[in-house]
Ligand binder design. Structure first.
Ligand code: C2E
Ligand code: CA
Ligand code: CA
Ligand code: CA
Length: 279
């Protein structure tokens, strides 16, 4: 038993070493990815469930690695966060997103929002608010065309820095959404204390809401909390007509998911933005 225990340990530690090396390689590759033009932003439409009209989109990073092919953001975002690169990447994402918002809104009757994911690491850096202000001014992007998506973990804000930053962004006219809502640990009291405009229901709830009564009840509960707090709701990961119909019947107004469109390059977003999706 002792021997096999040691073997297990060696196997485990080798595995860890390999993983640490892969991570280091990924980190140094990521450092050059921006300047080499390997990164791109794609945009996934958000639609009104009633009409299929596009009212916004979410900017999602794509990395075409020269050797590894497409590296999913779930793999490289944590690397960027741990190494501090996320701040440089985040600034680039924000500038690109603002440029898209400007072009997209040029001919639109109603404001179309571009939502940008914001890491905990980014909001912890002093000067984020000034940076956002600078990029908005430089790109001529109106603040109401921009939304930030943050995760519930950001709401565990003991020193009050996050709430201050969010409040300052909101005072500028930028809106704030809670991403992956329902998967984190946030107490309901946080929801009322933080300046939040939108709840995005995590796709794990949407996925099973039409087959699992308990999940359906949870979705109804989230919708009614949002109504009480005067917050908008976006259902994430809507893949089927049945899911979309359920959500519309429960009073959910906005949705995002493969049923409507995956994330597409800017030109494609602009080309399809007057069409009604999945009607
Ligand atoms: P997220 O913010 O929750 O983004 C939604 C993810 O769900 C995206 O994955 C999107 O492509 C995927 N998705 C959309 N509709 C459907 C659907 O109907 N079914 C399924 N199964 N999936 C759907 P993606 O692009 O791989 O991004 C993964 C995560 O990486 C994002 O999760 C976000 O946390 C992070 N991320 C992506 N871009 C950025 C960025 O620019 N900055 C930061 N900080 N994080 C980013
Ligand atoms: Ca998001
Ligand atoms: Ca999400
Ligand atoms: Ca996520």
């Amino acid at each position: 038993a002792k021997r096999s225990g040691r073997n297990d340990f060696r196997f485990y530690s080798k595995d860890l070493t390999v993983r640490a090396q892969e991570r280091l390689t990924l980190e140094s590759d990521l450092r050059h990815a921006l300047e080499r033009g390997e990164l791109a932003l794609h945009y996934q439409p958000k639609v009104l469930l009633g009409s299929g009209a596009m009212v916004g989109c979410e900017a999602l990073l794509r990395w075409a690695h020269p050797r590894l092919g497409m590296v999913p953001p779930d793999q490289f975002i944590p690397v960027a966060e741990d190494s501090g690169l996320i701040n440089e990447l985040g600034a680039w994402v924000l500038r690109e997103s603002c440029l898209t918002a400007v072009v997209w809104n040029a001919a639109a009757a109603l404001p179309r929002k571009v939502a940008v994911n914001l890491s905990v690491r980014q909001i912890q850096v002093p000067g984020l608010v000034a940076q956002v202000q600078g990029i908005l001014a430089e790109t001529h992007c109106q603040p109401q065309w921009l939304e930030f998506e943050i995760t519930e973990s950001l709401l565990l804000d003991e020193d009050g820095l996050v709430v201050n930053a969010l409040q300052a962004l909101r005072d500028m006219g930028v809106t704030i959404a809670i991403d992956d809502f329902g998967t984190g640990y946030s107490a309901l009291s946080y929801l009322a204390r933080f300046p939040i405009d939108t709840l995005k229901i995590d796709r794990s709830f949407i996925h099973s809401a039409t087959t699992d009564h308990f999940r359906a009840e949870l979705v109804r509960a989230i919708l009614s909390i949002a109504r009480c707090l005067n917050q908008q709701v976006v259902a994430e990961g809507v893949e089927t007509r049945v899911q979309a119909d359920f959500l519309a019947a429960e009073g959910c107004q906005l949705a995002q998911g493969y049923l409507f469109s995956k994330a597409v390059p800017r030109e494609q977003l602009l080309a399809m933005s007057d069409a009604c999706l999945a009607l």
